[in-house]
Write a protein that binds this ligand. Structure first.
Ligand code: CAA
Length: 379
């Protein structure tokens, strides 16, 4: 059973699959082992129009909808999950948020740079003491005339150091809680703006993750996103759609695990016949396939809802929760299908297992997804 994509979306899938298999898959193991940022992959994403594919054509983007982005993200993650998150953060958390909340010439200038992929974007909400409790951030923004002065530290920021533009959330009044938070655009190279050392991660090792250090960074009023006090809602809106991107990434990782398991099971001979003939293996493969198709239905439905009016946070949370759980559960199973070989670096399933874990954590943990779903039902 396959989700029936329309002709246009099916073409995007085919193109993304060919692109990812040809350009990204051959280097995925090397990117993982070295942990180096895959600048060449980013250049290819740029060249083939994947950076900014969801941003309007008037700014140089691809003008495509969220379902198009989702199928492309899934196919890219199927071959290289690290490259997929670079794209998702750039296109959704950063690009879409600037599109919705920046103003005037700043909006136009930044969108032109990110819609064409000329410059990368990143999104900074998390702090050492404010992860799931995002409203507890302590980075401050103090207004001084037509500028704001930012001080604080952001942590676990994807694309840190390699991006040029950063959305930074800061509190202007902690006593107001989430309503005291404002979002700003900060540019690499601004005085007082620096980066911590890149994190040495379990998975998605090619994607860069580091702290942002803000020491008296001055931001012009024109670079504020939305109004003062709207930063939390802007960030939550960004994460709503960002979670569809991570769900698609998880789906791609899970599909890669299934594909590898099917291939391996047909080739690996034990007890005089391919292990694919053994019921123990068949059941594992069947269970993987069912969950992956179910995840795909949820993720594509979430992508369709993203283009419809109203708030659909709980559906985005359901898609991310189910797809990431599926990815984790079935990449472990894929290692089991591969036996001892699955435990070795040379076989990609151990990388898939390590890559899958982060999808249950970033852009909102599975526990926070459950909280969002429950709150919407119990309101
Ligand atoms: N869209 C619009 N508004 C929203 C919203 C959404 N999705 N979610 C909440 N809001 C609004 C609420 O309506 C409320 O507004 P009112 O007071 O006017 O009604 C306001 O925001 C505060 O909402 P809550 O009271 O629900 O806020 P909370 O403090 O209880 O937090 C939460 C809710 C869901 C737990 C939220 O803090 C959350 O999502 N936490 C997880 C954070 C997260 O995902 N972090 C990942 C960061 S990115 C990353 O991982 C790294 C990277 O680089 C990729």
């Amino acid at each position: 059973m396959r989700y029936a994509l329309g002709e246009e979306h099916e073409q995007i899938r085919q193109a993304a699959r060919q692109f990812a298999e040809r350009e990204l898959a051959p280097r995925a193991i090397e990117v993982d082992l070295s942990g180096e940022f895959p600048e060449d992959n980013v250049e290819k994403l740029r060249k083939y129009g994947y950076l900014g594919m969801n941003l309007p054509e008037e700014f140089g983007g691809g003008g495509m909808d969220m379902l198009s982005h989702t199928v492309a993200e899934e196919e890219i993650a199927r071959c290289c999950a690290a490259t997929a998150v670079i794209m998702s953060v750039h296109n959704i958390l950063f690009g879409e948020t600037v599109l919705n909340s920046a103003r005037g010439t700043v909006r136009e200038e930044v969108l032109r740079q990110v819609a064409t992929g000329e410059r990368l974007g990143a999104f900074a909400l998390t702090e050492p003491e404010a992860g799931s409790d995002a409203g507890a951030i302590t980075t401050t923004a103090v207004r001084e005339g037509a500028e704001y002065v930012l001080n604080g530290r952001k942590t676990f920021i994807s694309n840190a150091g390699v991006a040029h533009w950063y959305i930074v959330c800061a509190t202007m009044d902690r006593s107001k809680g989430t309503k005291g938070i404002t979002a700003f655009l900060v540019e690499k190279g601004q005085p007082g703006f620096s980066f911590g050392k890149p994190e040495d991660k379990m998975g998605i090792r090619g994607s860069k993750t580091a702290d942002l250090i803000l020491d008296g960074v001055r931001v012009r009023e024109a670079r504020r996103l939305g109004e003062e006090g709207e930063g939390f809602k802007i960030a939550m809106g960004a994460l709503d759609h960002g979670r569809i991107g991570i769900a698609a990434q998880a789906l791609g990782i899970a599909q890669a695990a299934l594909d590898a398991s099917v291939n391996y099971a047909k080739q690996r001979v034990q007890f005089g016949k391919p292990i694919a003939t053994l019921q123990a293996i068949q059941w594992m493969i069947a269970e993987m396939a069912v969950d992956i198709e179910a995840a795909r239905l949820l993720v594509y439905r979430a992508a369709e809802l993203a283009g419809q009016p109203g708030r659909h946070s709980e559906f985005f949370a359901m898609a991310k929760l189910f797809a990431s759980t599926t990815a984790m559960k079935h990449t472990v199973k894929a290692v089991q299908v591969h036996g001892g070989y699955g435990y070795m670096r040379e076989y990609k399933v151990e990388r898939l297992m390590r890559d899958a874990k982060i999808t249950e954590i970033y852009e909102g943990t599975s526990e926070i997804m459950k909280l969002i779903i429950a709150q919407s039902l119990l309101r």
